[in-house]
Design a protein around this ligand. Structure first.
Ligand code: HEC
Ligand code: HEC
Length: 264
C-alpha cells in the first residue's frame, strides 16, 4: 500500500540518489560509526528527549512498571522474575537463539511468549502494553552494551543467523535497488525528507516516533525501511528481521544502550 507519507519518502530517496550515477559496492569491512540516532535529531527533539516532564516515553515507562507487578487472575511478571529493577541486563542479551523455537527471538518475542503465563493478553508484537514492558526493560539496561554471544550448544546455528543478517544488510532490495549499507554507511548525515540518515545503530529502541504517534519496536522500524525502498516488507516477527537485528547489535558492539528514544 502506498500512502502520501510513503510517496514523500520515495521522492526523497530519488532526490537523495539522483546525483549519484551508480553506487560503489559496499566495502568488505564496514567501519562502525558509533553514533546513535539521537545525534541526528533536531535540537528541540533532543531537548524533549532529555526532559522527563516533556518526554512522552515517561508515561510508557510508568505503564510498563505497573504491568510488570500487576497480577490479575494469574501470575505477574514480578512473581516469576523479581523486581523490574533487578532485571538489569536482560535487554542486553536479545536477540537470543531459542532452542525451543529453533530460531532467534528478540525481547518482544520473549515478552509475548511469557504473557501466556500471565493474564495479560497482547495483540501481537506491537501491542502498546507489550511495548511499555519492552521500554521498561530496555530502560534498566541504559549505559550497558549488548552482550550477544553464541550459545555453546548452538554455536553454528547462531553464527549462520549472524552471517545471514550481514548478508541481508548488504543485499540490494526493492524497486529502489538499495541495500541498508547504502544509506546507513555510505550516506550517513545526508538529508532524506526531514530526517538525517543515521548509521542505523540499534541502541535507542523501542522508539516513540512522532509520525507514528506512538511506540514501535525495532521490528517495525526495520519494516519501515523495507517499505521505504519499495521492497517486499517482511511480516512482523520474520526470521530475516531477527537476523538483521542480531547483525546490527553485533555491529554496535561496545556502544552504550540509550533505552527507549524519541524519533521524528
Ligand atoms: C534509502 C535509505 C535507507 C535504506 C536503504 C534503509 N534505511 Fe534504515 N533508515 C533510513 C532513514 C531515513 C531512517 C530514519 C533516520 C535515521 O535514524 O537514520 C532510518 C532508520 C533506521 C534505523 C533506526 C535508527 C534509529 O536510531 O532510530 C535502523 C535500525 C535502520 N534504519 C536499519 C535499516 C536496515 C537494517 C536497512 C536494510 C534492510 C535499512 N535501514 C535500509 C533510511 C534507509
Ligand atoms: C510463571 C512464571 C513466569 C511468568 C509469570 C513470566 N515469566 Fe518470563 N520467563 C519465565 C521463564 C521460565 C523464562 C525462561 C525462558 C522461557 O521458558 O520462556 C522466562 C524468560 C523471560 C525473559 C528472558 C529473561 C532472560 O534473562 O533471558 C524475559 C525478558 C521475560 N521472561 C519477561 C516476562 C514478562 C515481561 C512477563 C510478564 C508479562 C513474564 N516474563 C512473566 C517465566 C515466567
Amino acid at each position: 500500500m502506498v500512502n502520501r507519507t510513503h510517496l514523500a519518502w520515495i521522492y526523497s530517496v530519488v532526490c537523495l540518489f539522483a546525483s549519484l550515477s551508480a553506487f560503489s559496492e559496499p566495502a568488505a569491512s564496514q567501519t562502525l560509526n558509533p553514533k546513535s540516532g539521537k545525534a541526528y535529531l533536531s535540537a528541540s527533539m533532543i531537548a524533549m528527549q532529555n526532559d522527563p516532564m516533556a518526554n512522552p516515553i515517561s508515561l510508557w515507562l510508568e505503564k510498563g512498571k505497573e504491568i510488570w507487578s500487576s497480577s490479575g487472575s494469574q501470575t505477574s511478571c514480578q512473581q516469576c522474575h523479581g523486581q523490574l529493577e533487578d532485571n538489569k541486563s536482560v535487554a542486553t542479551q536479545f536477540p537470543k537463539w531459542s532452542s525451543k523455537f529453533k530460531k532467534l527471538i528478540n525481547l518482544e518475542d520473549q515478552i509475548l511468549e511469557c504473557s501466556k503465563r500471565t493474564s495479560e493478553k497482547f495483540n501481537g508484537l506491537e501491542d502498546s502494553n507489550l511495548l511499555a514492558l519492552s521500554a521498561a526493560l530496555h530502560q534498566q539496561s541504559v549505559h550497558q552494551s549488548f552482550t550477544l554471544r553464541p550459545p555453546q550448544n548452538s554455536n553454528k546455528a547462531w553464527q549462520s543467523e549472524l552471517n545471514a543478517g550481514a548478508q541481508l544488510y548488504t543485499q540490494r532490495i526493492g524497486r529502489m535497488n538499495l541495500a541498508c549499507t547504502h544509506c546507513h554507511d555510505q550516506n550517513v548525515g545526508k538529508r532524506m525528507q526531514t530526517d538525517l540518515i543515521s548509521p542505523g545503530n540499534p541502541t535507542g529502541f523501542p522508539i516513540f516516533k512522532m509520525s507514528w504517534q506512538g511506540m514501535g519496536s525495532i521490528d517495525r522500524r526495520l519494516r519501515a525501511c523495507f517499505s521505504g525502498v519499495q521492497a517486499n516488507v517482511p511480516l512482523p516477527g520474520s526470521r530475516e528481521l531477527r537476523q538483521l537485528e542480531l547483525f546490527l547489535k553485533m555491529r554496535a558492539e561496545g556502544m552504550p544502550i540509550e533505552g527507549p528514544s524519541l524519533r521524528r
